[in-house]
Design a protein around this ligand. Structure first.
Ligand code: SF4
Ligand code: URA
Length: 251
């Protein structure tokens, strides 16, 4: 393998969100010549260190949403499974031209098993359908696809941690790869971080087009943020962002 091939391989993993391929995927033991079976190989202790968490497998060919859901199964790949009532996979059309990505389920979503069904969800629905109607675009919430970075509710609605986002993010990437929307709208900085990497917040990223792999991606404020009374400017800005997205996708 040339240096360039190694670098390309590492970039591939980095694009998949896998930062630490060494720790998580320990190399198989090199064949060791042993004559006496009872004598452990000198590096056995090192080789047997189990990865701390198990990453979901790479996307299989002909992947489908059903396949992803069945691969998630009764998932215990990260600590968020402990507080979960219902796993929240996603909702909407598998043929959607537009996908919204939130952070993770809240209390209502955890109870019902569907994304964005609480107060923030009502605002999101209103924003999608209200903006579409005003702009003369015949679009209802079920026409788009909505999901989250993590599928299980973080305790006390805390922000998902880096390793949780990395592990569960693989399922999000598969969902996006199956749906292949014309555009993605990342709601809030957790979704932006999961899809774009980097540390920039919404204020910096919003309003202009970015890319997740080859798909145009718009970042805007999370609807929970807009529910706070002092963020009226942000509300106007996120309507602007949404208008841009809807015209790009549906004109
Ligand atoms: Fe599995 Fe994702 Fe739930 Fe973690 S958050 S347990 S990775 S489904
Ligand atoms: N907030 C999110 O980020 N996702 C939901 O599904 C609900 C609230």
């Amino acid at each position: 393998m040339t240096k360039d091939e190694v670098r390309a391989g590492l970039e591939f993993f980095r694009d998949l969100g896998i930062k630490d391929i060494y720790r998580r995927q320990p190399a198989p033991a090199a064949p060791v010549e042993t004559t006496r079976a009872e004598e452990p190989a000198p590096h056995a202790a090192l080789v047997n260190i189990a990865p701390k968490t198990e990453l979901p497998g790479l996307a299989p060919e002909n992947d489908t949403l059903e396949r992803i859901l069945s691969d998630i199964g009764d998932c215990t790949r990260c600590r968020l499974h402990k507080g979960r009532n219902k796993l929240v996979f996603g909702s909407g059309s598998s043929e959607a031209k537009l996908v919204f990505v939130g952070e993770g389920p809240g209390a209502d979503e955890d109870e019902q098993g569907f994304p964005f069904v609480g107060r923030a969800g009502q605002l999101l629905t209103q924003m999608i359908e209200g903006t579409a109607a005003k702009e003369g675009i015949p679009l209802k919430r079920p026409d788009v696809y909505i999901c989250n970075v993590v599928k299980c509710r973080p305790p006390e609605n805390r922000t998902p941690e880096a390793d949780e986002m990395e592990i569960c993010g693989q399922f999000l990437f598969r969902q996006l790869s199956v749906i292949r929307p014309k555009a993605i709208c990342a709601l809030g900085s957790t979704a932006a971080k999961a899809l774009l990497g980097g540390r920039d917040g919404v204020t910096r990223l919003r309003g202009t087009w970015h890319k997740w792999r080859d798909t145009p991606l718009m970042v805007t404020y999370h609807p929970s943020y807009l529910l706070r009374p002092y963020n009226q400017n942000a509300k106007r800005e996120s309507w602007d962002d949404l208008k841009k997205v809807l015209h790009f996708v549906y004109d």
